[in-house]
Design a protein around this ligand. Structure first.
Ligand SMILES: Nc1ncnc2c1ncn2[C@@H]1O[C@H](COP(=O)(O)OP(=O)(O)OP(=O)(O)O)[C@@H](O)[C@H]1O
Ligand SMILES: [Mg+2]
Length: 244
């Protein structure tokens, strides 16, 4: 799935956040998006998945094209079924009363076959086997993050967009999630991950987009972009170990 933005801009009521963003994420890319806190990464992700302009208040200018079609002209459910999204805060995503039902929800919504098998597989992939009957509210923050990822994996979307999916996970869980993403990408899925940890981007992503104050300041190969010590220093972003 290809996602393209053309002179994209966005303002929340009273606050301008994104300005003149023109990027192209090609089908099969593994893209990392990084930038300092408040630079607009989450807002950009909302534009890529259609939450903006469909569900979030504000003013959008320019356009976002998914496989050439303007997101304004697609319904939210159509967009969500093709590009899975994992929220930065799992509490914004989870609303079911059991782990099983949370993963089942999206599937039922899309009338998918083999639901039970898919639910079991997805929970097992993220290491939540045995948690199906738990109440999501009682899970740890990291376990909730895993649950949100499982919900999206179960739907087997063409593209997956994740907003800091491993921010509260231990090293092993983080590696597990990133290796799942790598496998999905190798199977042809488009992966877009917002990530503060530039070491992870350097290791896993094929390209990286650096955002500052709502605009793209650099987009290219991690080895070129993340070795730019001057730029990263100015933005307060860590130069990955690999490029020091
Ligand atoms: N609903 C909202 N209403 C008004 N302003 C908002 C809203 N959501 C975010 N903002 C503002 O938009 C700017 C960009 O926020 P955003 O969440 O996109 O940044 P971010 O790069 O994802 O930050 P972080 O790394 O902390 O997650 C911030 O100045 C933030 O205060
Ligand atoms: Mg964010």
């Amino acid at each position: 799935m290809e996602i393209k933005t053309e002179s994209l801009g966005f303002s929340y009521p009273g606050r301008s956040v994104l300005k003149d963003i023109s990027i192209k994420i090609k089908s099969g890319d593994f893209v990392g998006i990084t930038g300092s806190t408040g630079s607009g990464k989450t807002t950009l992700a909302y534009c890529l998945n259609g939450l903006i302009p469909h569900a979030i208040k504000g003013h959008m200018t320019g356009s976002v094209l998914v496989d050439g079609k303007d997101t304004r002209k697609k319904s939210m459910s159509e967009l969500a079924s093709r590009a899975g999204f994992v929220f930065q805060d799992p509490d914004w995503q989870i609303f079911s009363l059991s782990v099983h039902d949370e993963v089942a929800f999206g599937l039922r919504n899309l009338k998918m076959k083999n639901a039970e098998k898919r639910i079991k597989n997805a929970l097992s992939m993220v290491g939540l086997d045995g948690y199906a009957d738990e109440v999501p509210y009682n899970l740890s923050h990291g376990q909730k993050q895993k649950l949100c990822i499982a919900s999206v994996l179960a739907m087997e979307p063409d593209a997956i967009i994740l907003d800091e999916p491993t921010s509260q996970l231990d090293y092993r869980s983080m590696m597990n999630i990133y290796s799942i993403l790598r496998n999905l990408n190798r199977a042809g899925k488009t992966v877009v991950v917002i990530e503060h940890d530039t070491d992870l981007i350097a290791e896993y992503a094929g390209s990286v987009i650096v955002i500052d104050k709502g605009t793209v300041v650099k987009h290219g190969k991690p080895s070129e972009v993340l070795s730019d010590k001057k730029l990263l220093g100015k933005l307060g972003i860590k130069v990955p170990e690999a490029y020091r």
